[in-house]
Design a protein around this ligand. Structure first.
Ligand code: SF4
Length: 622
């Protein structure tokens, strides 16, 4: 059984969070009411290809309540039907709303109520629920080991409707972090404060006994000094660094666990990344930027990154794989801002290479298997009471009927899932016979490793590869003849040298003394040791890719296909709240949020394309 701990308190609508209260699966009423004037109005007023119409029409087939059964336990207070909550979460991400705004919109916007299938206020649907239901539902999804299920469902439906082919376009976009970037002194003080906070009373007393700066580390405010006085600034840095190192030296001999170990690790990281000690033993800020610099102790996974050489940002990078024909997003990844685009490229196309993206978030410690052993994922969780609009007449009777229906519905859902899996497998087989997979990307994806991955998995490359350049217009690598069979490089002056390879297969050709008296030297190098040429282990693939990019047909295909991903990213980022700016902290949560955003846009795309579920649960374009 999943354990869930949440704050206890009164919510802001009309529910009370009760710690330790189990929650069972609430089922939505699937019988449409002919008396529902709100639905009748929306039927006429909303376009058939709107997201609201799609969710109203297909919600129970897209994400039926049974799809979330593992999040709840067998007994206890009924949850708000997960299909209703999932609908609200999708619309929330699409419209860029906070949790409070989303639940308010659900209560008062006819389109949201229509989409969620709860009808008007006198039809027995959920009149309103507290915003904490969304918080609780995300936490359950997060702990279930399958938090991508709404996104995966959108891709599954698109696949069944024949909208996912064998081509992918990859790209990434900056996601700004939800925290402030800290300077060095704030980082160090914050790390020490964090460590003191998680230490028990005995350890805290020991650590405080080591502090010599006079700082009590109780306030997050910067110490009051004359910031124009360089000596005062240097003294501040040195004294706080000494505090930090004294604490680490004390902890060095101890066996640390849990939060204390994490806090000590963070302190060691921020001290090591920004400071250097001179010959007099004085600590000062190093005149360099660490490659993987932590920029905030509040979100230690956020990093400083660059989209271009002139444009930096702090936070994360959201990457997508898009089908260029249907513009369905087939996968998403969130990485640190300083991660190379190509580092997540293989994960983005694992559906083409036989991997299963749904498995990526499986954590053995939190796997659904362990959930099922416990008899449901709900566990002892806080319950949120919610008011049913339209009075409580017959409510108990309805609950009884719900419980009876649940098992039959679960069985029906299992049969439908098996049927869909068959259809999907047939479509996939047909697709694999019909189309040659191809992946497009800008020069950030044209790395040797990724090209090698594509070649090994039989996928054509539509990725640009950066042509070699040399500073000052001097001879670039292209002016050198590289003979990979003989493992030699010949320079423009006709000098031939053998490539020296390391264990991983990467090599270097050094012309050294040959350059000393070379008449072409001024056009070739300014290095005192002579010109060197790097020859990586994927050199053949890179050379082939550069030659391929000169083919007019390849270039036309690239120009027509790759830009489609830019438009999709623009759609994802158009809302400031929850678009470009992350709403949560930590890579895992940002990843889940970005993935849900992609799911919402996929569903909106399915609506535009007129996708409908057939009577046998088979999806097709109407
Ligand atoms: S400078 Fe060295 S590498 Fe360049 S052309 Fe002359 S000999 Fe060759």
């Amino acid at each position: 059984m999943l354990e869930f701990v949440a704050p206890i308190g009164e919510n802001y609508t009309h529910g009370i969070l009760v710690a330790g209260c189990p929650v069972s699966l609430g089922m939505a009423d699937r019988q449409p009411s002919v008396l529902n004037d709100m639905d009748r109005f929306c039927d006429e007023a909303l376009a058939e290809n709107s997201i609201y119409a799609l969710l109203h029409r297909e919600r129970d087939r897209l994400f039926p309540d049974e799809m979330f059964a593992d999040l709840f336990c067998d007994k206890g207070r009924r949850s708000v039907p997960p299909s209703v909550v999932a609908t609200v979460m999708v619309l929330q991400r699409l419209e860029g709303l906070s949790d409070r705004e989303a639940t308010e919109r659900y209560s008062f916007d006819a389109r949201w109520r229509y989409a969620a299938g709860v009808g008007s206020y006198d039809c027995g649907g959920w009149g309103s629920f507290a915003h904490t239901v969304l918080v609780d539902f995300r936490a359950r999804l997060d702990r279930s080991g399958d938090k991508r299920r709404i996104f995966n469902r959108s891709v599954e439906v698109a696949g069944e409707a024949g909208l996912v082919g064998a081509r992918r376009v990859l790209d990434s976009t900056p996601l700004y972090d939800a925290v402030a970037t800290m300077d060095t002194i704030t980082l160090i003080r914050s790390a020490i404060r964090g460590l003191l906070k998680v230490a028990d009373a005995v350890l805290e007393a020991q650590l405080r006994g080591l502090i010599r700066s006079g700082d009590d580390y109780l306030s997050s405010a910067k110490p009051q000094i004359d910031w124009d006085d360089q000596a005062a600034r240097e003294e501040l840095i040195h004294s706080r660094a000494q505090d930090g190192y004294a604490i680490l030296a004390h902890l060095d001999s101890q066996k640390l666990e849990g939060a204390v170990a994490d806090a000590a690790q963070l302190l060691a990281t921020v001290l090591g990344q920004d400071l250097e000690e001179n010959e007099d033993g004085v600590f000062r800020i190093a005149r360099r930027v660490a490659a993987d610099r932590v920029i905030s102790t509040v979100d230690p996974e956020a990093r400083h990154g660059h989209k271009t050489s002139a444009r930096g940002f702090d936070g994360y990078k959201g990457s997508v794989a898009v089908d260029p024909d249907s513009e369905i997003i087939t996968d998403t990844e969130v990485s640190a801002a300083n991660a190379a685009d190509a580092s997540v490229a293989a994960d983005l196309i694992d559906d083409l290479t036989g991997g299963n993206s749904a498995d990526r978030d499986e954590d053995p410690a939190n796997s659904s298997d362990s959930d099922s052993d416990s008899g449901g994922g709900g566990g002892e969780e806080p319950a949120v009471t919610a008011r049913r609009a339209g009075g409580n007449k017959g409510a108990r009777k309805a609950k009884g009927r719900q419980a009876g229906k649940a098992s039959a519905q679960v069985a029906r859902a299992a049969r439908a899932t098996a049927r869909r899996a068959n259809v999907r497998a047939r479509r996939q087989r047909r697709l694999s016979r019909q189309a040659q997979p191809k992946v497009y990307g800008d020069a950030a994806y044209g790395s040797g490793e990724f090209l090698d991955h594509l070649a090994r998995t039989g996928i054509d490359s539509g990725c640009k590869t950066q042509p070699p350049v040399a500073p000052g217009g001097r001879y670039s690598k292209e002016h050198f003849y590289i003979d990979l069979d003989a493992d030699t490089v010949t320079c423009p002056a006709g000098e031939e040298v053998t490539i020296r390879r390391n264990k991983s297969g990467d090599g270097i050709a050094c012309f050294e003394s040959a350059c000393a008296a070379c008449p072409l030297r001024s056009d070739c190098t300014t290095a005192a040791q002579g010109r060197t040429i790097q020859v990586g282990r994927h050199e053949a693939l890179l050379t082939e890719a550069r030659a391929q990019a000169n083919d007019p047909q390849w270039r036309d295909d690239y120009r027509q296909t790759r830009p489609k991903v830019e438009r999709k990213l623009a759609h994802l980022m158009r809302r400031r709240h929850g678009g470009r700016r992350a709403r949560v902290r930590g890579r895992t949560k940002v990843d889940a949020d970005f993935n849900l955003l992609a799911a919402a846009h996929n569903l909106a795309r399915l609506a535009v394309l007129g996708v409908r579920g057939g009577p046998e649960g088979i999806w097709a374009i109407a």
